[in-house]
Ligand binder design. Structure first.
Ligand SMILES: Nc1ncnc2c1ncn2[C@@H]1O[C@H](COP(=O)(O)OP(=O)(O)OP(=O)(O)O)[C@@H](O)[C@H]1O
Ligand SMILES: [Mg+2]
Length: 284
């Protein structure tokens, strides 16, 4: 079982190496990288290309580790016990009817190895990763209500993504293999665009990529545009049928590109960019 990219997803050699290393070590792969650099998509593509089912757990600020294991629905049980007649009492007595399995449990009881994505782990509070140490290490947990030990039938291939909003605890990091998805270089970016827009005119693509990297490399930008924003922008350029000339002016001077709202997402960056264009025009 080796991951070698897919025809939907461009994986650089070091990314493939990281995926396979994590699989060999049987440790979760912790992926960081700027927003929109394909962290979430990686897990989806690995699952698809290795033919494994994908289980996703999207973390929010309110998510608790326990929810990934199971939740005991005491409220429903109490309500049922008050409303149920004789025949309903049977259901109420069986506590298993009120245990709701979480994503980790589903991954543990699956009949074949699955890919488990724990997306945006840094959104949860600081205790969250620590609360999952044992489950990730030993691949087992205990259900106190039913006195059951749940052990993984097969070790899932775990992907954990983070946008770096919070530091992760050392004890947690020790258990992971780490990979940082570097922002794609122009050649890689070209291949990524080719995957999404196979029929794009070469001149338009070249001009758009040049403008994109110029915008990205502006010193002092608050938020640099990412891969997914470039793709959005290209989609608009194609949909609006923007001529290549508007992007690539003859004298190679900078101009504010059309539909720049797809790339720059706050007024400070926009002002900065407009100022730069203005200065370049006057320096000529
Ligand atoms: N290497 C790649 N190959 C193909 N498409 C890519 C690649 N990287 C990014 N994309 C495109 O960018 C989009 C965003 O990717 P994804 O949602 O995985 O980013 P992310 O890193 O999870 O971002 P966030 O941190 O905001 O969740 C994808 O839907 C895909 O279209
Ligand atoms: Mg994501």
């Amino acid at each position: 079982m080796k991951f070698a990219g897919s025809d939907q997803y461009i994986a650089t050699p070091d990314l493939m190496l990281a995926v396979n290393a994590a699989a060999t070590l049987q440790r979760p792969l912790l992926i960081k990288g700027e927003p929109g650099t394909g962290k979430t998509m990686l897990a989806e593509e690995v699952a698809a290309s290795l033919g494994m089912p994908l289980l996703q757990w999207h973390i929010k600020s309110t998510t608790k580790a326990q929810q990934g294991l199971y939740e005991y629905d005491a409220v429903s049980r109490l309500r049922d016990s008050q409303l149920a007649g004789i025949e309903g009492a049977e259901k109420v007595r069986e506590i298993n009817n009120y245990i709701v399995k979480g994503v980790l449990w589903q991954a543990f009881e699956a009949d074949r190895p699955v890919v488990l994505l724990i997306d945006e782990i840094d959104k949860a509070d600081i205790e969250f990763p620590n609360d999952l140490l044992r489950e990730i290490d030993r691949m087992e947990f205990y259900v106190y209500e039913t006195r059951q030990l749940i052990k993984a039938k097969h070790r899932p291939l775990v992907f954990i993504t983070s946008n770096n909003e919070k530091e992760l605890p050392d004890a947690f990091l020790r258990r992971c293999f780490f990979h940082y998805i570097k922002f794609p270089d122009p050649a890689t970016m070209q291949s990524i665009v080719d995957v999404h827009f196979p029929g794009l005119k070469k001149e338009l693509l070249a001009a758009a990529l040049k403008t994109f990297f110029e915008v990205r490399n502006l010193p002092g930008l608050k938020k640099k545009p990412s891969t997914s924003e470039l793709l959005d922008w290209l989609k608009l350029l194609v949909a609006e049928d923007i001529p290549t000339e508007t992007l690539a002016t003859q004298d190679a001077s900078v101009s504010v590109p059309p539909l720049v709202g797809a790339l720059l997402k706050n007024e400070q960056d926009l002002t900065l960019f407009e100022k730069l264009v203005f200065m370049q025009r006057h320096n000529r």
